[in-house]
Design a protein around this ligand. Structure first.
Ligand SMILES: Cc1cc2nc3c(=O)[nH]c(=O)nc-3n(C[C@H](O)[C@H](O)[C@H](O)COP(=O)(O)OP(=O)(O)OC[C@H]3O[C@@H](n4cnc5c(N)ncnc54)[C@H](O)[C@@H]3O)c2cc1C
Length: 426
C-alpha cells in the first residue's frame, strides 16, 4: 500500500507526466494510445482505471470491449436460481469514461501484431500501443465434448459460464422443467473458471427446485476426484438442506452429449439422461490470446512474468485474469483478475515513466458462494510475489474458510459484489 502511495506521489510531483497530456475522452477511435486494454471484464476494466489513477491521469488509455455494459459472472448464479434479475448484475461503463477519462471503443480485437505493436479491430480500425493489456477471459473448448457445439447452437444444452443472455435462458429451462425432473451439471477437470462456481450453481438451483418443484433432482457430475473448493462446507450444506434431492458424483468426465435425448456420456461411468442438461466443457485462455500465440503453456494458458504480468511470449503485452497459467493456489476468479489488473497497472505506469517496478507485489482473493437463496460461505487467501522463485505463493496463515454457512455471509457476499464492481468500474 505504502509503495502505491509513494508511486502516485512521485507521479504527481514529476513534471514529465503532465507534459505527456493525452487525456482521453469518448468519440472516434484513436489511432494510437500509450496503453490499450483488450477486454472490459474484471481484469481489463480494473487495469484501465488504475493506469489512469496511478499515472495521475497522464497516460492515455483505450479500452476495447464489445459489450455495451459489464455483466458480472459473480452473482449470476442467483439469476439462474431465480432470485435476482439481469439488471442486478449489470454495471455501466460510464464512470470509466466520465470519471477516469478512459476512451472506450465497443468493438472486438481480431488481430494483435506484437512486432508493429498494433491491434486491429473487427470494424477495421487499427490502434498502435506502447503497452497492451489483454484480459479476454476464457474460451469454452466445445470440441472437448462431442456434439456439444451443435447442442449449444440449437439452445438445447447451455453453459451460461459467461454471464449474459444464456444466464436467463438457463433459468427459463429450469422454470419450464416438470416437477420430478432432473437438472444435471457437468464440471470439467481443473483448472477452469471459478473453482466453486459450479457447486454454487448446483446449490442455488437445488434451493429453487426445493421451493417450486420439490420432487425434482439435482445431479453434479464432476470430472474431478472431489469438490475442488470449500468441499466440507458445500457437502454439509447439501446434506442439511437438500438431502435426497442433490447427488454428487466425482470422477465423471463428460465426453459426448446427445442433444435430442438430453443424454451425457462419460469416459468411464454410465451415461445420464436429464431434463435440463448444463454441460461445462474444458476451458482455455480467451480465443484472441490463443490465436495470437500467447497461450504458450500447452496451447491453453498464457505464461506471464508474475512481477509485471508481462507475457513470456511477447514484450509489452501484459496478460491478466482467467487467461493466465495461474501460480500455485491462485484461483481463476474475478477478485484475482481485479488484483492482477492493479499489479499490472502499477508495473506499466512505472515502466512507462522510468520508475522502479514494485519488487514485491501482493494479491488477495475472496470467493463467496451462495449455498441457498440467502446463505453464504467464503474462502480467502493472500499471495505474495517471491522473487527467488518468480511466482506468487500464499502467505502462511493468511485466509481460510468460513466456520459455517450463514445469512450474514450471504449479506457479505452481496456487499463484496457491490464493492468489487465499484473498485473495477466506478
Ligand atoms: C457462474 C460464475 C460465478 C462466479 N462467481 C465468482 C465469484 O463469486 N467471485 C469471483 O471472484 N469470481 C467469480 N467468478 C469468476 C469470474 O467471473 C472470472 O474469474 C472473471 O470474470 C475473470 O476476469 P477476466 O478479466 O479474466 O475475464 P472476464 O471478466 O470474462 O472479461 C473478459 C472480457 O473480454 C472481452 N473480450 C474477449 N475477447 C475479446 C476481444 N477479442 N476483443 C475485445 N474484447 C474481448 C469479453 O467481452 C469480456 O468482457 C464466477 C464465474 C462464473 C461463471
Amino acid at each position: 500500500m505504502m509503495q502505491r502511495r509513494e508511486l502516485i506521489q512521485g507521479l504527481l510531483a514529476g513534471g514529465t507526466l503532465a507534459a505527456l497530456g493525452g487525456c482521453a475522452s469518448s468519440g472516434a477511435t484513436p489511432s494510437s494510445a500509450k496503453v490499450v486494454v483488450v477486454g472490459g471484464g474484471y481484469g481489463g476494466a480494473t487495469a484501465a482505471k488504475y493506469v489512469r489513477l496511478f499515472s495521475a491521469q497522464s497516460l492515455d488509455v483505450v479500452l476495447i470491449e464489445p459489450n455495451r455494459s459489464f455483466v458480472s459472472c459473480p452473482m449470476s448464479n442467483l439469476v439462474v436460481g431465480g432470485v435476482r434479475q439481469m439488471a442486478d448484475i449489470t454495471v455501466p461503463y460510464d464512470s470509466l469514461r466520465s470519471k477516469h477519462g478512459v476512451t472506450i471503443v465497443h468493438d472486438t480485437v481480431s488481430v494483435i501484431d506484437a512486432q508493429k505493436k498494433t491491434v486491429t479491430l473487427a470494424g477495421g480500425a487499427s490502434i498502435r500501443y506502447d503497452k497492451l493489456v489483454l484480459s479476454p477471459g476464457v474460451e469454452l473448448m466445445f470440441d472437448s465434448v462431442a456434439g456439444l457445439q451443435q447442442a449449444q447452437a440449437d439452445g438445447r444444452i447451455l453453459q451460461a459460464w459467461k454471464a449474459g443472455p444464456e444466464t436467463v435462458a438457463l433459468f427459463r429451462q429450469l422454470e419450464a422443467m416438470r416437477d420430478g425432473g432432473t437438472y444435471a451439471l457437468t464440471i470439467p477437470e481443473a483448472p477452469y473458471r471459478c473453482p466453486p462456481g459450479p457447486y454454487e450453481r448446483a446449490s442455488v438451483v437445488a434451493a429453487y427446485l426445493k421451493r417450486t418443484k420439490p420432487k425434482s433432482k439435482v445431479l453434479i457430475l464432476d470430472a474431478n476426484p472431489d469438490v475442488t473448493s470449500k468441499a466440507g462446507l458445500f457437502k454439509k450444506a447439501w446434506a442439511d438442506l437438500y438431502g435426497g434431492m442433490l447427488e454428487y458424483r466425482p470422477q465423471h468426465k463428460a465426453i459426448a452429449v446427445d442433444s435430442k435425448t438430453l443424454t451425457v456420456k462419460f469416459e468411464v461411468h454410465d451415461e445420464v439422461k436429464a431434463d435440463v442438461l448444463n454441460v461445462l466443457p474444458s476451458m482455455r485462455a480467451g480465443a484472441l490470446a490463443v490465436q495470437s500465440g500467447l497461450a504458450n503453456a500447452n496451447a491453453r494458458w498464457c505464461t506471464v512474468n508474475f512481477q509485471t504480468f508481462e507475457s513470456t511470449a511477447a514484450k509489452d503485452i501484459h496478460v491478466l485474469g482467467d487467461s493466465i497459467l495461474a501460480a500455485p493456489l491462485m484461483p481463476k476468479s474475478g477478485h484475482m483478475a481485479n488484483n492482477h489488473g492493479k499489479v499490472a497497472a502499477a508495473a506499466i505506469v512505472a515502466e512507462l515513466t522510468g520508475l522502479e517496478v514494485n519488487p514485491r507485489p501482493m494479491l488477495s482473493n475472496t470467493c463467496y458462494s451462495f449455498v441457498s437463496a440467502t446463505e453464504g460461505i467464503h474462502v480467502a487467501s493472500v499471495h505474495e510475489y517471491v522473487a527467488a522463485e518468480k511466482t506468487f505463493k500464499t502467505v502462511a496463515g493468511s485466509g481460510g474458510v468460513s466456520a459455517a454457512r450463514s445469512e450474514l455471509e450471504g449479506t457479505f457476499a452481496t456487499a463484496w459484489a457491490y464493492n468489487i464492481w465499484a473498485d473495477s468500474l466506478g
